[in-house]
Design a protein around this ligand. Structure first.
Ligand code: ADP
Ligand code: MG
Length: 405
């Protein structure tokens, strides 16, 4: 069965349409630091507004403990949404209570309301089917149909993502449609050369994707914190860099598989080694085979790929026709360790073909480094979801919408 899209819902004029969006934006002192996810919901919302629907937007934000917590209120997000849509957006101070019902009842055709954080209720993420279902039933009273468009949460079996889609007529929004179209191109006969760049903090987060992609890609470039587990697997000392000792054997297996299959598994030849984990830490460049031969000895921390590696990775990326990148090459949050991430991002913008950035921190990194979204083929709004998709896993929030891989 194919994914049910908006057109399968028929005329939406005058109907109450619940939109499960992913408005889980990073906030600092109540201010949104990256509104990419809010922007990503606009096409679906504008389509519904123009169709004369009464739009009820819901989302989670952060990880509140299943109870209201003002720190995680969606109110600033509703305000931002109103600015971006260029029209008033009502905000309900609860999720399924009196305020939500009042806000929905007051909607006219083409109006938009945002209800409070779904995770203020423990039912949203409950493992217990009955508890989750009960919360979904309360949500269902707020709408006539559901448009599921929170791509970042489709790998979760949660009330608003999974159960609600079975209680109301439901379909995917245009964001999910677009995400799947791009991810499909990465898994179904990608144009070659096909390069995957992986970085970020932990190998253990990305084992599944490495295993699934290894036989499919032409080149796999490894940077970020996970590079040190690979370098250690090759017999190098890595000082006090991030190292997952318990993954060394698994990683050795990947290195062997890559050799057998003729996949170019490229590890860094140098790294930026720092005296401590701090923005102003003293740092030097060291060869990957001599990471402890610096003034900091065994206490040195590798916080970025080195300049030679950055140049090599950039040139491989530029010479590829399909590129998927997940995970920053270094601790990009600190300018001294952002050069590797910047070089790879820059190279991605020069790809003649399809370039995809996936992962929450990776998306934040390219924006923070000043790259405009439209310089990439696609920036996925879902980190975990896009990785699980590429791992070939079944995603419950997509299966309920009729989609099968
Ligand atoms: P994404 O969210 O894009 O999937 P991850 O969550 O896996 O990415 O990793 C992002 C984090 O990895 C960033 O906060 C970055 O600082 C960190 N990181 C990258 N390289 C290193 C390194 N060498 N040492 C420690 N942390 C690192
Ligand atoms: Mg992350």
């Amino acid at each position: 069965m194919a994914l049910r899209t908006l057109d399968t819902l028929g005329s939406l004029a005058g109907k109450r349409v619940i939109v499960r969006a992913d408005l889980n934006v990073p906030l600092k002192d109540g201010v949104i630091t990256d509104d990419g996810r809010v922007r990503a919901t606009l096409p679906t919302l504008n389509t519904l507004i123009n169709a004369g629907a009464r739009v009820v937007v819901c989302s989670h934000l952060g990880r509140p403990d299943g109870a209201p917590d003002p720190k995680y209120s969606l109110e600033p997000v509703a305000q931002r949404l109103s600015e971006l849509l260029g029209k008033p957006v009502a905000f309900a101070r609860d999720t399924v209570g009196e305020s939500a019902h009042e806000a929905v009842a007051a909607l006219e055709d083409g109006d938009v309301a945002v209800i409070e954080n779904l995770r203020f209720h423990s039912g949203e993420t409950a493992k217990d089917d009955a508890e989750r279902r009960a919360f979904a039933e309360q949500l269902a009273t707020l709408g006539d149909v559901l448009v599921s468009d929170g791509f970042g949460v489709v790998h979760r079996k949660q009330a608003s993502v999974y159960d609600l889609a079975q209680l109301l007529p439901s379909a995917a929004g245009t964001l999910i449609e677009k995400e799947l179209e791009v991810l499909d191109r990465l898994t179904e006969s990608p144009q070659r050369p096909y390069t995957v760049v992986l970085g970020g903090s932990k190998v253990s987060d990305k084992l599944g994707v490495i295993e699934h992609l290894l036989p499919r890609v032409d080149r796999l470039l490894i940077g970020g914190g996970m590079m040190f587990t690979f370098l250690a697997a090759e017999g190098n000392k890595v000082g006090s860099s991030l190292l997952e000792q318990d993954q060394i054997e698994t990683v050795k297996g990947y290195i062997a598989t890559a050799k057998e299959r003729g996949v170019d598994l490229v590890l860094p030849v140098d790294a930026v080694v720092a005296a401590s984990f701090a923005a102003d830490a003293e740092h030097v460049v060291a060869p990957a085979t001599a990471l402890e031969d610096t003034p900091f000895g065994a206490s040195g921390l590798g916080l970025d790929i080195g300049p030679q590696t950055a140049e090599q990775f950039a040139s491989v990326v530029r010479g590829s026709t399909t590129v998927f990148w997940n995970g920053p090459m270094g601790v990009f949050e600190m300018p001294a360790f952002a050069a590797g991430t910047r070089a790879v991002a820059e190279a991605l913008t020069e790809v003649d073909g399809l370039s995809v950035v996936g992962g929450g921190d990776s998306a934040a990194a390219v924006r923070q480094l000043g790259f405009a979204d439209d310089r990439f083929g696609h920036i996925s709004t879902g980190g975990g979801a896009s990785l699980e998709f590429l791992e070939g896993k079944k995603l419950p929030g997509l299966e309920v919408l009729g989609w099968q891989q």
